[in-house]
Design a protein around this ligand. Sequence first.
Ligand code: F7E
Length: 328
Amino acid sequence: MKRALITGITGQDGLYLSELLLSKGYEVYGLIRGQNNPKAELVRSVVPDVKLLNGDITDLSSLIRAFSEAQPDEVYNLGAISFVAYSWENARLTSDVTGIGVLNVLEATRLYAGQDLSKVRFYQASSSEMFGKVQDVPQRESTLLWPRSPYGVAKVYGHYMTINYRESYGMHASSGILFNHESPRRGPEFVTRKITQAVARIALGLQDGIALGNLDAKRDWGFAGDYVEAMWLMLQQEQADDYVVATGETHSIREFLEVAFAHVGIDDWEGKVTQDPRFFRPAEVDLLIGDPTKAREQLGWQPKVGFDDLVRMMLDSDLAQQKELAGR
Ligand code: F7E
């Protein structure tokens, strides 16, 4: 039985990845941070077979203890402060967690492996946010990185540190450059879930409108459940490498709104959406579209859920959730 250790177990990717690994017969350990973490209950209820270990990616000695308990064959570093807008207000903290945290997990992996680096494989959750002011369209593995937020800068650090551990020590360390990936488990601070939650409430007569920021930014949105499969596939390869994971399609926030409102039968939605300067960013990533050719050819990976179906899946889930809340 293979053993995996996941940091960032409480996020949507941590939950989907746990489900995938458990279905493959892995013993799964999840690192959970802080005293009385309110999300621990969520993990226990969604994936009760995951064993939770206390630790923090900013605290190397806690990682060393977690490694010695989990004895992992595979390590998935998904832990990060992941909300881009927040990273301007907390740039130092974001750098410590999202950037230096990667170094800590790499170092814990190296110390745990000791002389036998072949005993463990490492995955780093890199991000399309590293492309920022895009230097190629579409973006691929070789595209010059030009991050536009403290979060993006921290992710670039983690990405290159992962490559550096691979090249310096011969560690099986791979980096997945994942474009935006969403699901009903996405936090409501991100634009997709913010929209589906609000549209569900508007359709049910619980709310009148929604305030958003820039509606013209374009993202390459996929389904998180598909993307965790790419993570796993990377660690099954003989050689570690870096891969873009994306759908190869891009859509604006406006198009997302269009599909969401259409799904609940509202055509004249423009009057229900206001733009609020609070939700604009100091520097925007205007366009993201990934080229997933390498992942398709080398990993045999392909996304299964398309854009329209993703929007509808999230909205249906929010409709059910809002109805339940309203009925209580
Ligand atoms: O913003 C625009 C906003 O916060 C998407 C994270 O998982 O993916 C995610 O980062 C776009 C931006 O995600 C609102 O300006 C408009 O252009 O959903 P988001 P993100 O910043 O793309 C990458 C790959 C990651 O790695 C990150 O961890 O939507 N936008 N109005 C808005 N965004 C938000 N949040 N709220 C608004 O009201």
